[in-house]
Design a protein around this ligand. Structure first.
Ligand code: FAD
Length: 311
């Protein structure tokens, strides 16, 4: 967050890219190719998700290591704490530490299947945050999840705010939100968070999902309880079967949403749910004119280590 703050001091918005570990070896290679391409967009950090209950956790750890220690990308590892053996949490933190990773997005994960009651080590994300702080002090910048529109467990967004504050009080230093498409909703929610005592030294990074296809856009918005502005649907519906046209218009709609957030002063950062794809995120960034021109790309970037190993 210190790095974000110094970039923002110069008036420049920053952005980050979220990736998830692919299921196949070919998928991993394709993702490394995309990360390679997207590195030149100059994200301030990237993050790698954690499979619920620790599924694919070794791949998450490996990807964090490659991105952070081999390639020098500022990397954030997601980590969930329910349905996870404590050793797995310890191992993941140790690996992240060893890779030079200094950012963890601390999450609860899926609700525990059984309530084990008293003595449960990690019931909520705040318990994981306290654990990380206790074990590693200030080594990790700890991100936490925020829900501007609630979630299916608790649809009242206001009800989450005191718990969000508890996560910040426990040591959370930045907040990444669930995807949102309604600028008014996001701006009003940030205001409420600040009024509830979450200081503005804790940046709130809006989750932005670029639009790939009409169906996936509706499905994901539905799945995450995210409202779609009525005029978006009115414009997208007539062209829903033309993927290229949807992406083109979607780029304008999402860029306008981002522009409103940046202009509102509630945030200087955009967090992209890339779905492991480059093009639609790039289109939004280009529409916002915030990416570096190709000729200004850093010539000192090291060649990607996975490229070397793949030959
Ligand atoms: P918590 O903050 O612990 O909250 C869980 C629920 O309990 C909420 O309803 C909250 O309001 C309530 N609550 C919190 N504290 C209290 C309290 N003291 N008393 C009573 N109720 C309380 N999942 C993955 O499996 N892997 C990922 O990589 C992943 N990445 C994510 C990234 C982002 C940006 C977001 C927004 C979500 C992500 N998730 C991920 C999903 C997340 O794990 C789920 O949304 C999960 O259900 C809640 O996690 P949390 O960290 O917000 O939980």
């Amino acid at each position: 967050t210190t790095k974000l703050a110094s970039a923002h001091a110069s008036g420049r918005p920053t952005y980050s890219f979220e990736y998830f570990p692919p299921k196949t070896a070919q998928g991993v290679q394709n993702l490394y190719d995309r990360m390679d391409k997207m590195h030149s967009f100059n994200p301030s950090f990237i993050d790698i998700t954690w499979g619920a209950g620790g599924r694919h956790s070794s791949l998450t750890c490996e990807m964090v290591k490659v991105a952070q220690s081999a390639y020098g990308l500022e990397t954030c590892m997601h980590l969930t704490c329910t349905d996870m053996a404590q050793e797995k949490i310890d191992e993941a933190l140790k690996e992240a530490y060893g890779s030079g990773c200094t950012n963890i997005l601390a999450l609860r994960g899926d609700p525990p299947r059984e309530k084990t009651g008293e003595g449960e080590a990690f019931r909520y994300a705040k318990d994981l945050i306290a654990y990380i702080k206790n074990k590693y002090g200030d080594h990790f910048d700890i991100g936490v999840a925020g829900y501007p529109e609630g979630c299916d467990e608790e649809t009242d967004a206001d009800a989450h705010i005191p718990y969000l504050k508890e996560k910040v009080d426990a040591g959370g230093t930045f907040i990444v939100t669930q995807m949102c498409y309604d600028a008014d909703v996001f701006i009003a929610w940030v205001k409420k968070c600040r009024e509830a005592g979450i200081p503005d030294t804790v940046p709130i990074l809006p989750g932005v999902m670029p639009i790939q296809t009409y169906d996936s856009f509706l499905r994901r918005a539905n799945w995450t309880q995210c409202k779609i502005p009525a005029d978006w649907l009115k414009q997208l519906e007539p062209i829903k079967n033309d993927d290229a046209a949807v992406r083109e218009l979607g780029k304008d709609l999402v860029a306008e949403f981002c522009r409103r957030l940046l202009d509102s002063g509630t945030t200087m950062h955009l967090h992209f749910y890339t779905m492991n794809l480059a093009a639609s995120t790039r289109m939004v960034l280009d529409a916002l004119s915030v990416t570096p021109a190709p000729e200004t790309h850093n010539p000192d970037l090291k060649p990607l280590p996975w490229r070397q190993s793949l030959g």
